[in-house]
Ligand binder design. Structure first.
Ligand code: SAM
Length: 259
């Protein structure tokens, strides 16, 4: 894939829905990510963060607003400009650079935290991108990853029954027929991931701690700790086949990995 400097139809579609989202709308998600991260790494004015695939720019802008240094890299020129504009509206000049995580040099031993939220499904050579992130993290650095989950019953990528279950070529044909050829330049989900596949790859890459979406949840750290939720979580953590079943059909994949 290459950086995209032209306007493409999927960015226009993306901005039609995401363009109405405000920083306030994202405040809870931001707090929740920071809560997870701070279980593994102190997040203060000294920490250096990188977000890959910044979209409308809410994550780096909220970091700056909270005194946290966060750089962003984004493959679409249009979205780099959009993210900077969101920052300017809030009196912030976010450090978002045009780049492709497959190709752009993001350095070595540079970041305490790298965040990639709903990005790697779009990264054609995802293994190369994750390799770059591993090298860019400092020892004990934290990688926060969310993406597609192949066998989810509903898809955040495209509204079609069992979309993620379809073979790649069928998904590409469906999307190009309905959304035009340029969906393959930006917007297509090259990857429908599975938890075991990602876990194996993170281990092979060299991450020494790999926590999946269930491991990440602490029974005493639930945002809305109803007794039934604590019970369900305890069962998932205590009965491995049930945990695997839950992870297979969950809407998204999610991991925190430590270098
Ligand atoms: C679904 S959006 C998610 C945006 C943001 N992370 C969020 O959660 O709101 C995916 C973003 O990743 C960007 N992206 C896709 N492939 C990329 C790549 N290879 N390198 C950098 N950014 C990429 C897209 O342009 C888009 O902004």
């Amino acid at each position: 894939m290459r950086v995209v400097t032209a306007e493409v139809s999927d960015v226009a579609r993306y901005l039609q829905t995401m363009g109405t989202v405000t920083l306030e709308d994202k405040a809870d998600e931001f707090r929740s990510i920071m809560t997870y991260l701070s279980r593994y790494r102190r997040i203060d004015g000294m920490a250096r963060l990188l977000e890959v695939g910044t979209g409308i720019g809410w994550f780096p802008v909220l970091c700056e607003k909270n005194g946290i240094l966060c750089k962003g890299i984004e493959i679409s020129r249009q979205l780099v400009d959009y993210g900077k504009e969101v920052g300017r509206r809030h009196g912030i000049d976010p450090d978002i650079e045009l780049g492709n995580i497959e190709e752009t040099d993001i350095g070595e031993n540079r970041y305490d935290v790298v965040v990639a939220l709903s990005v790697f499904e779009h990264v054609e050579d995802w293994r190369k991108g994750i390799g770059r992130i591993f090298r860019a993290l400092k020892p004990d650095g934290v990688f926060y990853f969310t993406s597609t989950n192949k066998f989810s019953l509903v898809s955040g990528e495209y509204n079609f029954p069992l979309y993620g279950w379809l073979p790649d070529r069928w998904r590409y044909a469906l999307r190009t027929r309905r959304q035009g050829e340029d969906i393959m330049n930006l917007g297509i989900d090259f990857n429908q991931f599975r938890f075991p596949q990602l876990r194996r790859f993170f281990r092979k890459t060299g991450f020494r701690v790999i926590h999946d979406a269930v491991d990440m949840l602490a029974t005493d750290g639930l945002a809305h700790p109803a007794p039934w939720k604590k019970l369900v979580l305890a069962v998932l953590k205590g009965v491995p086949p049930l945990k695997q079943l839950y992870l297979t059909f969950r809407t998204t994949t999610g991991f925190i990995c430590i270098k």
